[in-house]
Every structure is written in C-alpha cells, then in structure tokens.
Design a protein around this ligand. Structure first.
Ligand SMILES: NC(=O)c1ccc[n+]([C@@H]2O[C@H](COP(=O)([O-])OP(=O)(O)OC[C@H]3O[C@@H](n4cnc5c(N)ncnc54)[C@H](O)[C@@H]3O)[C@@H](O)[C@H]2O)c1
Ligand SMILES: O=CCCC(=O)O
Length: 499
C-alpha cells in the first residue's frame, strides 16, 4: 500500500490556501463585493490573528440574493433529478479531492485539530454523496380511493427558495447537510454562513459552482449583521423555507418571525445530552465513548455529552479512568501535530465555560481534573472533569460547549431516566449498558430524537439527525432529510371508468 504524505502545514501553505478563498458574496453565479463596500474580519481563535477580510452583506445584498434564488427556482426545479444528483456527486468528488484544503481551512477559522477537521470533511462530503443518490427517489403514489370512485395521485414538489442559516461549529457539515438535500429536491437557496467561520462556506460554494450548479441556485451572503440582513427575507413571501441550525435562543426568535408568513421551518437547535453509565456497562468502552461524546470538537457540539449520569457503584472508577484519558489530551493550535484539543471559538465562549465551572465548584463540585482557562494566546480551556455535581447546578441545565464533563450519580434505572429527561432539550442521549433490554427500555423512555447505545458518536449522513422538545423541529440526513425540502401535492382524479 502506498502511503501519501499529508502536506506540511507551513505559514506559506496557510497563506496560499487563504488566498484561494473567494472573499465576495455569491449572487446569481458571480462573486461580488457588498453593496455597502463593507467587509468584516475572520480571526484564528488559536492566535487571535486576522485570517481574511470578506464582504459583509447587508439588507440590499440579502434582497439581491433572494431575487436571484427566486428567479432561478422554476428552471432549477425543471432540471431532471438525475442531473441534480450528478452535480452533487461531482461536488462530493471535488470536496474529497480538496479534503486537505477544507480541513486546514476549518482548523484555521474554527480551531479544531486537523485530524478532527479531516473527519468533518469525510462526514460533510457524505451528505453530498447521500443526497446525490436520494435526488432520484422523491417518490409519490397513485391509489384507488376507498370507495373505488376516484383516483388519488400524490406527488412531491420542491418547496421553493430556501434560506439556510448555519452555525460556526461544523463549518462544512452544517452547510452540506442543508445544501445537498435542497439541491436534490430542486430548491434554490440563500446561504447565510456563520460570521465566525464563513471561509469554509465560501470555498464550498466555489466547489458547488465548479461542479456545475447553475447561477442563482446557491447564493451566499456572509454578514456581520445577521438579523438585519436576513430579517426582511424571512418576511418576503417569495421565501418558502427557513432551515436554521444554531442556538435554541435564536431559533425561538426566528420561529416567531417565521410565523408572520407561516413560513415552513426546520430547526436544529441546542442540546444537553445525558451520558448514562449503568453498573453493568463495560467501563472501558464507556470511557472511550465518553472521550468521543465529550471531546469531539472540544465539546463545541450540539451532540456533546453535557451531563454524565453514572451509577453510584461505578462512579469513582469511571471518573478515575475518564480523568486519566482526559489528562493525556494536549491543548494546542489545531495545526500542531500533537493537538488533541484546540481553542474554543472566542473569549465570550471561554468565559461562559469558566463561569459554569466556577459556579459548579462554588456549589460543592470537585474538580478531578482541570477547571481553568489555559494561559497564553488563544481561547484554550483545560480538559476538565467535575465530580459530585449536585442536581440543580447551572452546569447541568445549560449547554457547556467546552471540554468539561460534570459527573452526577444515580441509584436506580428510574432515577437515571428522571435525571436524563430533566431538561428542556431533547437532542441526543448516550447509554452504556451490557443489557440490551435495558438499552431498548432507555430508548423508549428517553425524550430525545437520537440515542447512542454503547456509542459516543452516532452522526451519520444516512440517519435522521434532529431533536425533540426545545432541541428543534425536523430532521436532516437519512431518508427524512430531503422531505424537509419537498411539499406534498395531492391531485384527485375522477373515476376513469365513469361514463
Ligand atoms: N441541532 C443541531 O444540529 C446543531 C448543530 C450545530 C450547532 N447547534 C447549536 O448551535 C449553537 C452554536 O452555534 P452558534 O453559536 O453559531 O449559534 P447562534 O444561534 O448564535 O447562531 C447560529 C447562526 O444564526 C445566526 N444568527 C444569529 N442571530 C440571528 C438573527 N437574529 N437572525 C438570523 N440569523 C441569526 C448566526 O450568525 C449563525 O449563522 C449551539 O446551541 C449548538 O447546540 C445545533
Ligand atoms: O453540533 C452539532 C452537529 C454535530 C453533528 O452533526 O454531529
């Protein structure tokens, strides 16, 4: 087997890559400056240095982007599904060919270690491949009415122009998870990328154009004024769908705005995942799962385990083993070979993490490991384990979004279920047990859209991702993902045998 060396990350390579990123707005197939001429800066969270300045869309640009999407909708919907699928397939191949560029760009703007960024490229690209295959499967049905007197024809049609709003934490995958099904369904789009990490979307959009996407189908408007720029679009009757991934707080506000035009929405919101370890679990497997569920993306994932709920008979052993593994995790800029934990996205996020940790300690929790920011440049935080966290502590009810694992204990299965469900969120839960029946019972009792059974990461392009309660509405990926971009039309047909 030939092993190809990965390109070394030098300052020169970083500059070359950044120079290849389009810095304009993509509107109707052309990269252009913002109407106001304004730009905003994108920073490296590991150093605080400016990586690039890019065009800063305002309301006028938002309107131009929606004009382009609305104008392209009819002709795009008429493109045969196979052709739409082939564009996605080419995009999958192009992203895969440029995997190293995408990975490095994400590491630079978001901070995750390069190895993790490579994992996100694989994950993100998979949505392009999955929906390239689903494009030709938007089936309807034809049936005889129950009384036999008419025929029922049910078809699926693209919902129309969509506004896609993405967060900063998975800069590629959160974009492909929306763009790919929208393309497959025949919808045009305005993509508003996150202002903290817009560069990956810029590169991704250029790849979509290279893959053959017609002008106007995908329009991209990075902006530092999200509300002012997208607000008018949400109220515009030409917009037919809002797909949002981000915090529950912003999601709630957008849902309220969307109610004005009864706009169809998908909401992928925050989480507060319980990670339940039963006394019969394989503890080494549980610790391996905990490392993934907690440290993936430095804990900056909606799926991150936020509360470790461990049976009292194994809690000390679990904490000890978990702390030993966490202690091996080196914090360093994601481009460094030894980096296992990159910086948090910004000072505000790091301050919030530390505030939650300090509050938990003040309320009686014990820091088994870490518990403080890392001195020096960048927004690093020490991998942290807190034991003896009492019910009702703030850290158990808010998204931590950092490498911090609070451990709390339980005695009975009923208590574990009560603690796990004791949150307004319902995205994902993790359960570790050797008893399959218990695992299935937990699946039935836990109020979450997803469950990892003896698994610390379950994200998969072929599976429906999404939550219940205040974690959101709708599903992305899987067979369900394309449905979010289709509406059902029913045509009633008179009895074909009637005279
Ligand atoms: N459920 C999921 O699939 C999923 C995936 C990733 C992240 N998340 C959640 O996202 C959050 C972290 O991401 P974030 O900090 O970028 O979230 P955020 O809600 O602050 O921002 C998300 C996006 O919304 C934009 N935005 C903010 N205010 C807006 C407004 N008034 N109008 C229009 N757009 C607006 C932002 O610019 C960004 O593009 C966490 O809560 C995390 O759990 C959820
Ligand atoms: O942050 C949430 C998204 C994580 C994922 O898709 O696995």
């Amino acid at each position: 087997m030939t092993v190809t060396a990965l390109p070394a990350v030098t300052a020169e390579r970083e500059s070359e890559l950044l120079a290849s990123v389009p810095t304009g707005l993509l509107i109707n197939g052309e990269w252009r400056p913002a109407a106001s001429g304004k730009t905003f800066e994108v920073e490296d969270p590991a150093t605080g240095k400016v990586l690039l300045s890019i065009a800063d869309a305002g309301p006028e640009d938002g309107a131009a982007a929606l004009d382009a999407a609305a104008a392209a909708q009819e002709s795009w919907a008429n493109v045969p599904p196979r052709e739409r699928g082939e564009i996605l397939r080419r995009a999958f191949e192009l992203v895969t060919e440029r995997a190293e560029d995408f990975a490095l760009l994400m590491t630079l703007e978001m901070g995750k270690p390069l190895a993790e960024a490579r994992g996100e490229v694989t994950y993100g690209a998979e949505f392009l491949r999955w929906f390239s295959e689903e494009a030709v499967r938007a089936f309807g049905r034809y049936s005889v009415s129950p009384d036999g007197k008419s025929r029922l024809l049910v078809t699926k049609k693209p919902v129309g122009p969509c506004l896609l709003i993405t967060p900063w934490n998975f800069p590629l995958a959160m974009a492909t998870r929306k763009v790919a099904p929208a393309v497959a369904a025949g919808c045009t789009m305005v993509l508003k990328s996150a202002n903290l990490t817009p560069l990956t979307s810029q590169l991704f959009a250029s790849v979509m154009m290279e893959a053959g996407l017609p002008a106007g189908v995908l329009n991209v408007i990075p902006t530092s004024t999200a509300g002012a720029t997208t607000g008018p679009l949400i109220k515009d009757s030409r917009l037919r769908k809002l797909s949002f991934t981000g915090s529950t707080e912003v999601g709630r506000r957008l849902l309220s705005d969307a109610s004005e035009t009864v706009l169809r929405t998908s909401m992928e919101l925050g989480g507060n995942a319980p990670f339940v370890v039963f006394e019969d679990a394989d503890l080494d497997a549980a610790v391996a799962g905990a490392m993934l569920a907690k440290l993936r993306n430095m804990g900056e994932a909606c799926t991150a385990a936020n509360r470790f709920i461990v049976h009292e008979s194994v809690a000390d052993e679990f904490a000890e083993k978990f702390a030993a593994r966490m202690a091996e995790m080196t914090t360093a800029r994601g481009t460094e070979e030894n980096s296992k934990v990159g910086p948090l996205i910004d000072a505000k996020s790091r301050n919030k993490v530390h505030e939650l940790v300090s509050d938990a300690v003040a309320s009686g929790a014990r820091a088994v490991l870490g518990g403080a920011p890392v001195d020096g440049p960048g927004y690093f935080y020490q991998p942290t384990i807190l034991a003896g966290v009492a019910e009702g502590t703030r850290i158990l009810s808010e998204e931590i979004f950092g490498p911090v694992a609070p451990i709390t204990t339980f005695g009975t299965e009923e208590e574990a279920i009560r603690l796990a469900n004791n949150t307004e969120y319902g995205l994902v839960a993790y359960v570790f047990t050797r008893d399959l029946n218990r695992g299935l019972r937990m699946g039935e009792k836990l109020e979450t859209g997803m469950l990892g059974l003896n698994a610390g990461v379950i994200s998969n392009a072929a599976a429906p991702f999404g939550g219940v309660k205040q974690s959101g509405l709708g599903r992305e990926g899987g067979l369900e993902g394309i449905e979010e971009y289709l509406y059902t039309q029913y045509i009633g047909i008179a009895d074909p045998y009637a005279g």
